[in-house]
Write a protein that binds this ligand. Structure first.
Ligand code: NDP
Length: 295
């Protein structure tokens, strides 16, 4: 296991379990399995509707709360200072914990960025009060970061963004690096390029990429393991999602081999510059309207 250190000194395991689209009835088992094979970091979100089951999996695992890095996200409908303080109460209530290791804003709200700022101010309050150990953002592009940094005090510890071999977001990675923000990759094994959803059928699955298959064969590993190792070796946090016990274990089995500089460069060269997920600046009123229930 490799740990990463955030800009405030807090450490987190480089690999975490993601639970986006993990059905609530399968989430507790997935979390329990992950903790049993060695994961100590879980990434959930209010908007995933499974925080309660993440907490249940954590308790069922028997692993001590303090040994697990628990990360969740505030949804846009809960942006605003008091609303976001209350979003924290909802999250810890569902998770069944007192504090969070990392709380991040799920998206910039580009059409009303002032509420994004007030929400972040609330995260700063929670940090100062010791309710969260670190705070951050997600899906922030460099111009969102610039505005946030101008109007707030605490530099985010993490920016969680779409990042896999077909979409490197070098500009975001450079902006994060320049400010000491850890880049955390969502869809680190390219889920957004192949799982079903409203993203269209024209997508090319990074999981089927021939160059990755060749590198995988050379290391006797799977393409998913190659992508995760590539992320970790480049200093990123990766949070692969699976509800399948074998794949949960496979995705954690990446600490017994090393990619060469040539392998890393070959994977970097797969970048298409085209995102699989939505553009964070696109207005998406229906999507943003999701209401987060009370705990
Ligand atoms: P991933 O890149 O983690 O891919 C997940 C998909 O890959 C699932 O369909 C999973 O299916 C499958 N899979 C998992 N392991 C393997 C394997 N070893 N071989 C083949 N297939 C595999 O995509 P996600 O988009 O889920 O991203 C990961 C996490 O990032 C999310 O769960 C969430 O926590 C976070 N996220 C954050 C977003 C944000 O806006 N901040 C947006 C999207 C994700 P199965 O379960 O059947 O194994």
């Amino acid at each position: 296991m490799i740990d990463l250190t955030l800009n405030n000194g807090v450490t987190l395991p480089a690999i975490g379990l993601g639970v986006f689209q993990s059905p609530p009835e399968e989430t507790a088992a997935a979390v329990e399995t992950a903790l049993s094979v060695g994961y100590r970091h879980i990434d959930t979100a209010a908007a995933y509707g499974n925080e309660r089951q993440v907490g249940e999996g954590l308790r069922r695992s028997g692993v001590a709360r303090d040994d697990v890095f628990l990360e969740t996200k505030v949804w846009v409908t809960d942006y605003g200072h008091d609303e976001t303080l209350h979003a924290f109460d909802k999250a810890v209530g569902k998770l069944g914990v007192d504090t969070l290791d990392l709380l991040i804003l799920h998206q910039p709200a580009p059409q009303r960025f002032d509420t994004t700022i007030s929400a972040y101010r609330a995260l700063e309050t929670l940090l100062a009060d010791g309710r969260v150990r670190a705070i951050g953002v997600s899906n922030f592009m460099p111009h969102h970061l610039d505005r946030l940094l101008q109007e707030t005090d605490v530099v985010p510890a993490v920016n969680q963004v779409e990042l896999h071999p077909y979409f490197l977001q070098r500009d975001v990675q450079e902006a994060d690096d320049a400010h000491g923000i850890l880049t955390q990759a969502w869809s680190p094994i390219g889920g957004i390029t192949f799982y079903p959803g409203p993203w269209g059928d024209e997508r090319r699955s990074v999981m089927q990429d021939p160059a990755l298959a060749e590198i995988a064969r050379a290391h006797a590993k799977s393409p998913a393991q190659i992508m995760l190792r590539w992320g970790i070796q480049q200093g990123r946090s990766v949070i692969p999602k699976s509800t399948n016990p074998d794949r949960i274990a496979e995705n954690f089995d990446v600490f017994d081999f090393e990619l060469s500089g040539e392998d890393l460069a070959r994977i970097d060269a797969l970048d298409t510059g085209v995102r699989g997920g939505p553009d964070p600046d696109e207005p998406r009123d229906a999507f943003f309207a999701l209401q987060i229930p009370e705990s």
